[in-house]
Structures are given as structure tokens and as C-alpha cells.
Design a protein around this ligand. Structure first.
Ligand SMILES: [Zn+2]
Ligand SMILES: [Zn+2]
Length: 301
């Protein structure tokens, strides 16, 4: 699981900071999460292959989370993309994007599918044989979802030395990975556990931005390996959290602690602060395992 932060600052794009966007690489998928202004430039700077993006998840319709989307869709068209593109986001997103395409008479030559979200409860919105994506309803000034990405239990791994020693035909390797007992070349039944190893534990990532402090999401994100939680403010400006429906670093850490997550990544910093290390220091008074997102930073878990 690899997370590439393209942008993680709130409000307007600046010379050296970008609004929210990130790429999550999970079991060969490249999921784009939010698409603030400048995302396609950040994708280029971070050498992310455009053609590998097949699914885009938009948390909400504040500009710092999706103003880059129509530009990216348009660039895909100019690059003569052929692969389908699936976009998951709040109801209304399809209207906003298609109006712009209609007025400029620039429809895509690839299939564009909008999956509009309206539910106030967590729902499964994407699934294949390797991963699942669920929404995480968040409390913000407009309808907002975070997203929970979960690997499914993988296949068992071959213990090659044991497999060769047991004299099993290559044709049975697939069955072994699926957990079956097989016969060896002499017709003797070989117990699966004697020649395979358990799969690596499935990984999970929760993206929660933007949101006020809200414990309702804790059951959904419980025990995730990595939680990205917004921390727009420091505690000294906590009076701004409630009216703007944002969180402080301390509140993000409290959610991380109560949800028993592995690692907390902070982001969506207000640009009023000169030093983002202050967010980490504040969060660590509550929860130890804290990382700071920053534009261009890559996390591997
Ligand atoms: Zn925002
Ligand atoms: Zn917002």
C-alpha cells in the first residue's frame, strides 16, 4: 500500500502548497482521492501515470477538493484516453462537470461513469476480487464522505522449498494458493498447510477530510492501519472548528486513539500557520504514531 500526497493544504493554491489530492496504490489499483486545482500538474511532478487512474473519489463539492477535476477529464481526452473512468462523488458533481463539457462542446471519447452519492450511511461503492471501498459519512458544511479502502484477504503463499520437496506438479500451484490440499506426482495427498504460508494481513486506509470532530465514524474506521484525518487548526484556534466544521490536530488525534488506528496522517492545514510541525507536536500529546502529510510526500505501509 503506497500513498502519494499531491496536495494537503486547505483553501487556495499557493506557490508551494496545493489543495487536497492524493493517490493511493492498492493491489495494482491507482485510486485518485479528491482533485483540487492543480492536481494534473502534481500528478506530472510526482510521475504518476495518467492511464493507470481508473477510479476517482471526490469527498465533497468545496472547490479545494474538486476544481481540478474538469481539467483532468479534459486532459485525458486530449491524451486520447480509451479506458473507462469512474468517478464517485456527491450528487450534483455530474451536472457541474457535464455542463462545462457541453458548453465547450468537448465530450470525452472514453466512457465516463458518474456514481453519485446521497446516502447518509456508510455504503460499499466499489468492489472487485482484491479490494473494497466504503464511504465514511463526515460532518461538514456540505454533504461529505470520506473513503475507506480495504484489501481483501489474499491468497496463501507457496513455501517453495516445501513444495519442491513434496514433489508437487506446477499445475497444482494455483490450487495450493487457494488453500486446497493436492496430490503429488506419486498420488500422495499433501496437506495445504504443510507447503504454504498464510497470506499477509489485509491492509486498510481511511481518508477523512473535511470534517468536524465526530465520533460517529469511529465504528467504520476502527482498527484501520492508516487514517488520514484533517487537522485544519491548532487547538489555540479551536473556536474556529465548530463554525467551519473542521478539526484541530488534537481532535484528529482523539479520533485516531478512540478508533485504535495504526498510524495517523495529518493534513488539510490552514495556511495561517508557518510551521506544520506544530500539528504533529499537538497531536502527539494524545496519540503517538503521527505523521505529517506534505505535498509530494510518499508513504509506504
Ligand atoms: Zn477543504
Ligand atoms: Zn470543505
Amino acid at each position: 500500500m503506497k500513498l502519494n500526497i499531491l496536495g494537503c493544504y486547505s483553501a487556495t493554491p499557493r506557490t508551494f502548497t496545493n489543495p487536497t489530492s492524493q493517490v493511493l496504490e492498492l493491489r495494482n489499483h491507482l485510486f485518485l482521492i479528491d482533485c483540487g486545482e492543480g492536481t494534473q500538474v502534481q500528478l506530472r511532478k510526482n510521475r504518476v501515470k495518467f492511464s493507470r487512474i481508473k477510479h476517482i473519489f471526490i469527498s465533497h463539492l468545496h472547490g479545494d477538493h474538486y476544481f481540478g477535476l474538469v481539467g483532468l477529464i479534459s486532459t485525458f481526452r486530449l491524451l486520447k484516453r480509451e479506458a473507462d473512468l469512474h468517478i464517485y462523488g456527491p450528487k450534483g458533481l455530474k451536472d457541474v462537470i457535464t455542463l462545462q463539457m457541453k458548453l465547450s462542446d468537448s465530450w470525452t471519447n472514453y466512457n465516463l461513469y458518474f456514481h453519485e452519492l446521497t446516502s447518509k450511511d456508510s455504503e460499499l461503492i466499489f468492489e472487485d476480487d482484491k479490494v473494497e471501498v466504503h464511504t465514511i459519512p463526515l460532518q461538514h458544511r456540505v454533504y461529505t464522505n470520506g473513503f475507506l479502502f480495504k484489501e481483501k484477504e489474499g491468497e496463501r503463499k507457496l513455501d517453495m522449498a516445501a513444495v519442491l520437496n513434496a514433489d508437487i506438479d506446477v499445475a497444482y500451484y494455483r490450487k495450493l494458493k487457494q488453500g486446497f490440499d493436492v496430490e503429488n506426482k506419486k498420488g500422495i495427498v499433501i496437506k495445504n498447510e504443510s507447503v504454504t504460508l498464510p497470506p499477509s494481513p489485509p491492509k486498510s486506509y481511511a481518508f477523512c477530510s473535511d470534517t468536524a470532530y465526530d465520533e460517529a465514524k469511529i465504528p467504520i474506521i476502527k482498527d484501520v492501519d492508516v487514517l488520514y484525518h484533517e487537522s485544519t487548526f491548532l487547538e489555540k484556534n479551536e473556536n474556529l472548528c465548530e463554525p467551519t466544521k473542521h478539526s484541530s490536530a488534537k481532535q484528529a488525534a482523539t479520533i485516531a486513539k478512540k478508533a485504535n488506528v495504526g498510524t495517523l496522517i495529518l493534513g488539510h492545514y490552514s495556511t495561517r500557520y508557518d510551521d506544520i510541525n506544530l500539528f504533529k507536536e499537538e497531536a502527539q500529546t494524545i496519540f503517538k504514531n503521527v505523521e505529517l502529510a506534505d505535498d509530494g510526500k510518499v508513504f509506504e505501509f
